[in-house]
Design a protein around this ligand. Structure first.
Ligand code: ADP
Ligand code: UVW
Ligand code: MG
Length: 404
């Protein structure tokens, strides 16, 4: 029997999510997350499937290197360790792939150098991705390690949405353009939405709203991305957990000239202490909803600003696509917070958009419709699975190159 297991690593700025899958049937053998990396209160939560037993450990984990070593120990305990001959490849989520990486890519020194070169345009993500890659390579130098890029799905965007209206020579010289992120999720969810409608991806136009800690919207025509809300970096677009999303670029000049802030301070402000957190002190939508229920005005305003921006993008992408067959909500907030979906769609009946309140209130892990059967545009909740998509792409590439 040939080996068929793939380990997927999704390194975020302060977390490491992982899954070990058997690609013969895409079943998950183990899943887990290391949270709050770099803090005293780090936590690793590891679940072995199909039984579903979860082990948790608390205690400081200094960096992504230590996090991956802790994950390897957890896997070892279940005889699923990285030294297993069953493992055929390791798939890595890499957030920024720039202009060159449009496909999953086997990682070598040149690929690492390019991911490193892109750190200035993904400062929260690419360094963590690289640490995961280096540690995994040191553990299993014999295995193919594959990078699956967040930016890849968006490379189909036409120049009219990918370019900024700045001096074209400057833009070209510094490769300043809109790349878009969360592409693995937008691709997976748009395909799953077509399936839910009983159609082929080529035949549907979908707006995908990926609302996690980072958040982005995309307009997908017949399976190809035509616009997305994140830009040169994952800062543009929607209001996020700690990121501002869109603002007048002159805010930056103002804070520097009048506020005396340094560029690094402004960078930290917009990426780490803005968004929902900057508006009300919380970035977790569960906490914000709880505060709203208690009558907290600050939390209410943060929520309203978040929703206002989301509605603007729904309207914009409706116009970009012309005809919309479905809107899909996904990621932590999109999948789990009915009031966000309700507020995003409320009052848009003229556009053919409506929700069924009962369906919207259902809690489920399955893709599902939440619009009335009579609605012109299907509204769906479609759980994303970036790890499964990364595993599938990693396995396909590994087989193609004769390694599995
Ligand atoms: N059950 C839930 N109810 C409300 N909000 C939730 C729930 N689960 C997750 N979230 C929200 O989703 C966010 C994380 O989403 P996720 O897609 O995991 O983001 P990321 O991949 O960027 O870490 C949390 O910050 C929280 O606001
Ligand atoms: C690109 C990005 O914002 O990713 P995440 O949501 O995982 O932070
Ligand atoms: Mg995410």
């Amino acid at each position: 029997m040939s080996a068929s297991r793939v380990l997927v690593l999704n390194s975020g700025s302060s977390s490491l999510k992982y899954q070990l899958l058997d690609m013969r049937d895409s079943s998950r053998l183990a899943v887990g997350i290391v949270e709050r990396i770099g803090e005293q209160t780090s936590r690793i939560s590891h679940t072995v499937l199909p039984v579903g037993d979860t082990r948790e450990q608390n205690g400081p984990i200094a960096d992504h290197d230590a996090a991956l070593k802790a994950v390897a120990e957890e896997l070892d305990q279940d005889r699923l360790g990285l030294d297993s001959p069953e493992l055929v490849a390791i798939g890595h989520r890499v957030v920024h792939g720039g202009m060159f990486f449009t496909e999953p890519t086997v990682i070598d020194d040149a690929v690492i150098t390019e991911i490193e070169r892109l750190i200035p345009v993904a400062p929260l993500h690419n360094p963590a991705n690289l640490t995961g890659i280096r540690t995994a390579m040191a553990m299993r130098p014999d295995l193919p390690q594959v990078a699956v890029f967040d930016t890849a799905f968006h490379t189909t965007m036409p120049e009219s949405s990918a370019r900024y209206a700045i001096d074209a020579r400057i833009a070209d010289r510094y490769r300043v353009r809109r790349y878009g992120f969360h592409g693995t999720s937008h691709a997976y969810v748009s395909r799953a939405t077509a399936k839910l409608l009983g159609k082929e991806p080529e035949d549907v136009n979908v707006i995908v709203l990926h609302l996690g800690n980072g958040a982005s919207a995309s307009a997908i025509r017949g399976g190809r991305c035509v616009d997305t809300s994140m830009g040169l970096t994952p800062l543009e677009g929607l209001v996020m957990g700690t990121r501002s999303g869109d603002l007048d670029p002159a805010v930056i000049f103002h804070l520097q000239r009048v506020g005396g802030m340094s560029m690094d301070e402004i960078d930290t402000l917009l990426n780490k202490t803005s968004g929902l957190f900057g508006l009300c002190g919380d970035n977790d939508m569960r906490e914000i909803r709880r505060r709203i229920d208690e009558g907290d005005e600050e939390a209410r305003l943060a929520f309203d600003i978040y929703i206002h921006r989301l509605r603007k993008y729904i309207g914009a992408y409706y116009a970009v696509l012309g005809r919309v067959d479905a809107i899909a909500f996904t990621a932590g907030v999109g999948e789990n917070v009915p009031p966000v979906r309700e507020a995003a769609i409320a009052g848009l009946e003229e556009l053919g958009l409506a929700l069924d309140g009962d369906l919207n209130a259902v809690t489920s892990d399955e893709p599902r419709l939440i619009s009335p059967v009579s609605a012109r545009v299907a509204i769906a909740v479609v759980p994303t699975d970036e790890e499964l998509e990364i595993a599938a792409q990693t396995y396909a590439l590994t087989r193609k190159s004769g390694n599995a």
